[in-house]
Structures are given as C-alpha cells and as structure tokens.
Ligand binder design. Structure first.
Ligand SMILES: [Zn+2]
Length: 647
C-alpha cells in the first residue's frame, strides 16, 4: 500500500541484503560506520564548530554512526548463518572498545566541558547534561593515576563478569533418582527421562529439567535434593569471583567519588540513590507481608494433605503446592485455554488491539521488499495519521543458533524525518497453539517495540525510543500485559477451531488463579533484591551467611541449608545492585494502568494521551516527569498495593 506523503520528508527503511551477501554487508557497514564515528570525533577535537548546538549536533551524528554499528549485534542473535553471527559479534567488540576509549578521552571531554549552554532548547540542554554526565561517570575528570586504575578495574570487571557467567553455564549438576520418585510428572517428561543401567533416572539443573520437576514432582525429598544441587551450581568457584567483582565495583565507585556502588548505579535510574533502593525493598516487603503469610498458610494446609505432620513450607515446596492450589481451587486447565490461542490469530489480534489502542496502522511488507534474514520474519510498516513512522519485524519462532529468550532489539534508532525507526521482536513461540503465558509475553515484548517506534520521532538519538531509565523501561511493557488478561480484549481474537470465543468465565478463573501467589512472589523477590543491594552496599566475608540472613528477613521461606545460591545468581552480575528494578517498574506500570478504564480498555482519549505523553517522548524527560505528565500527579504505590490485595 502506498504512503501518500512527500517523499522528501519521509525517511526510507534500511536496505537489508535479503537473499544477498550478509557477511559483506555487515562487514562493510560496521567498518564504514565506525570509520565515520572516528572521523567525526577527530574533527570535533581538531576543529569544533562554533556554538554549543553545532557541537552537540556533530556529537549526535557520531552517536548515530556508533548506534548503526552497535545495532548490527542483532544479527549475532538471529542470523541463520554462523559466519554472519560471528562477524556481528566481532563488530560488537570493536564498538565496545571505541565507546570505552571515547569515555576516557580528555581532549574530547574538553570540547563539551567548555560549551556555553545559553540559548539551547530543553532537549539540547538535556543532551549536553547527559553527555557531560556520561564522561564524568566514565572517570574522564579524575587524575591520571585514578584513570589508569579505572581502566584496569574496568578490564577486570569484564573478565570477572565473563567468568561468573561461564561458571554458571558450564556447571550443570544433577541428581539420580529411582524412577518411582518421578511421580506426578507428565508422561512426556518421564518418557524423556528413562532409567539407566543402574535403574536410576538423571535429572539435571537445566531449566527444562528443573522447572517441571519443581512444579509437578510429588516427591518432596527429591525436590529438596534437586534444589540443593541447583543452589550449589558454581559453588565454590563463583564465591571468589563474586567477592572480586564486588571489590572491583566498590573501588570503582570510590575512585569516581561515590559513597557506594549502589549510589553510582542508582544515579542514572528513576529511583535516584542507593538509600532509596533499600527503602523500596523494605516498603514492598512490608506491603506484601500479610498476603505472603496468608498464602503461605494456604500452601501449608495443602501440604498437610500429603504430609499431616508438616509444620513448614520450604522454598522447594513453593512451586509445587502453588500449582496444586491453582489447579484444585481455581479450576483452570491450561490445555483447554490453549485451544483458543492459535499463533496466527494471536499475532493478528495483537496488531488489531495495539492498532486500535494507539491509532496505528500496520501494513504488511512482502518479504522480498523487506529483505529480511529468514522466511519466518514478518515485516510491517507502521502508519500514524497516514504517515509512515516506522517499520517492525517479527521473528517469533525458534530455530537453531537463534537467541533463546524473548526480547525487542533495535535495528535503527528513529530520528523523526531523518531516520525511520525499525525494531525487531525476537521470540521462540510454537507455530501451532500458544500457552496463555506466551501470549502475555508477546504483548509485553510488543510494548517495547511500540515504545521504540513511537519514541523514535525526535532529534537526539540518545533519547530515541526506549532510551529511558533502566528501572522504568519495563513499565510500558508490563502495563500492556493487562490487555492480554482482559476478557473483552481476548474475545476479539481468541477462538477455538469451532469458532467459539474464549468464555469470559474462563478468563475470570485464569485471572483469579494468577492472583494466587502474588504475596509470596513479592516477598521472595525482595529477598533477591536485598541480596543484590546489600552485597554491594556492605562488605561481608561470608556471602552465604549474609544471604541466608537476608532471606530470613525478607522471604517467608527459610534459607536452604547447604545451599549457596549467590554463586548461581547470574543477575548479581547483570543487574549489579539493581535487581529491584523489575518490581519498581511493576509499581509504575500499575500506577500508569490506573488511568485506564477496566470496563473500556480501548477508550481512545486516555490511550492517546499515554501514547503522546509517555511513549512518544522516549528519553526526552526523566521518567518520573513523563509519568506525572500523564497521570497529572507524581507516581505512587497505591495502585500496586491495591493490585496486591486483589483476589
Ligand atoms: Zn521487557
């Protein structure tokens, strides 16, 4: 379908190679964009243009070029040809090196530090402030000795991170059990785990083995043995690595002039300070305590049906008895639910729902025109008011060598009329019927995609799309999940092969079942968030003991004796002191959702206001201000607290 707008002001999509030579394309594009970035930096240092705005624009151009090279990382995750994936990884390493070098480049920093901000508009002022902040956080203004040490620490941190992750990936533990101890597990699981010559079955700590066992396994002692194996992954080797990593972060924060790593880390987040993280953990913990205790009592009652003498519920009971309570007391059969959720109708339904909600038009782009990397990829142009504002690509099914989780990847950062935003959803859904969980995941990830496109209409690439605070970025996606739980919304696309719409009573039962366990979940999440925060905030020679102490304080489940979960808790590396962020985003998501009418999820006025005041703004304002602009008041915990009590 033609887009009847002036071609001079409408940017064109990125020309992808399609059936052509991807290896050459990625190689050339990576080389050219990095060369362009280096050229612009040299020019900025040697002969900066006159005036702050002109300098910032040149820097923006540099960031655009770096961003183009960085975005090639997408194909390291999705391209079917291993050679192409490897090349994309190599480009990524080069980009990282350039970014580190620029962050510590004093001559470059001097160009920005000397600028007079007078006369800059709000966006440009913010661009300058954030640029100076980035340099300062990299340590560019420290003395020579400190900078040399910071560079050393940064290299150590990279190696320690890689070690920490590799030790977890490589250390698969297992238990060997007599076949009858697999009681309760589905037939296909038991068939996939036959007994060996010793008449024993091996169950590993890999998720596809572990999760069903902890959910369906009826033998409590077997669940205990397996969870103990899982809580010993990478022990003891990672205990030392973690201590070293924490020491590197402490020293870096000190050299950079912060009181602690959490203060350094939280400075660029919505939450602001390390102290606020500690407060948040206590607040969520306090709000969820009663519900968690109540749910714990329900689990204990159910456990006593199996073991009348039981006097406590342990962490390895939690998943199992929660599942039994949901099945027995809420009467939801996942096998029936999925008959209404065929992949094709869900995908179309999602486009229709988001189109209606945000006033977007989706136009399918044929594969030969889109030039994508695999026949599974479906591409759409995004229209708003008759104008093309972006292009999206949905790569939703598993294949060998492809990214294993679900995520949105930026392909091109949008710059209004200069550069068309393009984003990619990478997921791993079955081709036939979907689980409702998967539908929720699809809505969630699609929320990032819509944010990327709508937020890609400004001038500064730094603020384009989802370029907002890390503890806010999940909120729009968590909020969009609500539409996948609404009976009226589901009725627009969820139909079984007989053409019957999913019954509203079934959706209501699904929601009730989903509500069970929220208190337990919140409390237990806070025991993880507390480890992530306090391990960074306070030095301890015994992380196992410190972790157990935090678990006793925050979770309703007792610590697992003999376990050392910190060694296998990969997020201690990736999230650092900020594991609270997921729950923080959820608090904000519930607050944002409070502005919508649950009886009329498509009410246009509120949806358009949200689109324009939050999503379309990208990172142009602090997230707290975006939320306040939309809600007409500062954010609050009230909606989250009310949601927590819902039955
Ligand atoms: Zn997300």
């Amino acid at each position: 379908m033609a887009h009847d707008t002036d071609p001079d002001t409408t940017p064109t999509p990125l020309a992808l190679p399609g059936t052509g030579d991807w290896l050459a394309w990625i190689t050339d594009r990576g080389r050219d964009q990095l060369a362009e970035a280096r050229r612009l930096v040299e020019e900025l240092k040697a002969s900066p243009p006159t005036g702050a705005l002109a300098v910032l624009e040149r820097w923006n151009d540099t960031q655009v070029a770096i961003g183009h090279a960085q975005a090639l990382g997408l194909w390291a995750e999705v391209h079917p040809d291993e050679q192409v994936r490897t090349r994309a990884d190599e480009v990524g390493q080069e980009v990282q090196k350039l970014v580190t070098d620029l962050g510590l480049d004093r001559a470059l920093y001097a160009v920005f530090a000397g600028l007079d901000p007078a006369g800059l508009d709000a966006d440009a002022t913010r661009e300058l402030e954030h640029t100076l902040r980035d340099f300062r956080r990299a340590g560019v203004d420290r003395d020579d000795t400190s900078r040399a040490r910071l560079r050393e620490l940064s290299e150590q941190a990279v190696t320690l991170s890689q070690d920490f992750g590799r030790h977890i990936r490589d250390d698969v533990r297992s238990v060997r059990l007599a076949p009858e101890r697999l009681a309760g597990l589905p037939d296909d699981y038991r068939a996939a785990h036959p007994a060996d010559d010793d008449q024993l079955v091996t169950i590993t700590t890999d998720y596809p083995d572990l999760v069903p066992f902890m959910t369906f396994g009826a033998d409590g002692e077997a669940r205990h043995e397996l969870s103990l194996a899982a809580a010993n992954v990478a022990w003891p080797v990672n205990d030392r690595v973690l201590q070293d990593l924490l020491a590197v972060r402490r020293e870096s924060a000190t050299l950079l002039g912060y009181d602690s790593w959490p203060d350094y880390d939280a400075e660029v987040k919505m939450i602001g300070t390390g102290a606020a993280v500690a407060e948040f953990i206590d607040k969520i913990s306090g709000l969820s305590r009663d519900r968690a205790e109540h749910e714990l009592a329900v689990l204990l009652e159910r456990k006593r049906v199996d073991r009348p003498d039981a006097d406590e519920v342990e962490s390895h009971d939690s998943r199992h008895y929660s599942e039994l309570v949901r099945r027995e007391q809420y009467d939801v059969d996942g096998q029936v639910v999925r008959t209404y959720l065929s992949f094709e109708s869900v995908r179309q339904g999602l486009l229709d729902v988001t189109g209606r909600l945000f006033g977007l038009e989706w136009t399918h782009v044929p594969a030969d025109e889109a030039g994508t990397w695999h026949p599974d990829v479906a591409s759409y142009d995004v229209g708003l008011g008759g104008r093309r504002i972006g292009r999206i690509h949905l790569d939703l099914h598993p294949r060998e060598g492809k990214f294993k989780h679900a995520a949105q990847f930026d392909m091109v950062a949008g710059l209004g009329e200069r550069q068309l935003p393009e984003g990619v959803l990478v997921c791993n859904f079955a081709r036939g019927l979907m689980e409702h969980d998967e539908v929720v995941t699809l809505f969630h990830e699609f929320g990032h995609l819509v944010h990327h496109v709508l937020g890609g209409q400004g001038r500064w690439v730094r603020f384009s799309g989802v370029a907002t605070e890390w503890d806010f970025v999940e909120a729009p996606s968590q909020m969009l999940e609500e539409w996948a739980w609404d009976a009226d919304v589901l009725a627009t696309f969820a139909r079984n092969p007989e053409g019957e719409t999913i019954p509203a009573e079934l959706v209501a039962a699904m929601r009730r079942a989903d509500h069970f366990g929220k208190g337990l979940y919140a409390a237990h999440q806070m025991s993880y968030a507390a480890r992530s925060f306090w391990f960074h905030a306070q030095q301890s020679d015994d992380l196992t003991a410190f972790g157990d102490e935090l678990q006793e304080r925050y979770s309703v489940f007792p610590p697992l004796e003999g376990g050392h979960m910190q060694c296998a808790f990969g997020h201690l590396d990736g999230y650092g002191s900020g594991y609270y962020t997921y729950m923080w985003s959820l608090v904000i998501a519930k607050d944002l959702f409070s502005a919508f009418d649950r009886d009329d999820m498509f009410a246009p006025e509120v949806a358009r206001s949200y689109r324009d005041r939050v999503l379309a703004m990208g990172g142009r304002k602090d997230a707290a201000d975006l939320v306040a602009d939309f809600l007409g008041r500062p954010y609050s915990f009230d909606s989250w607290a009310a949601w927590l009590q819902e039955e």
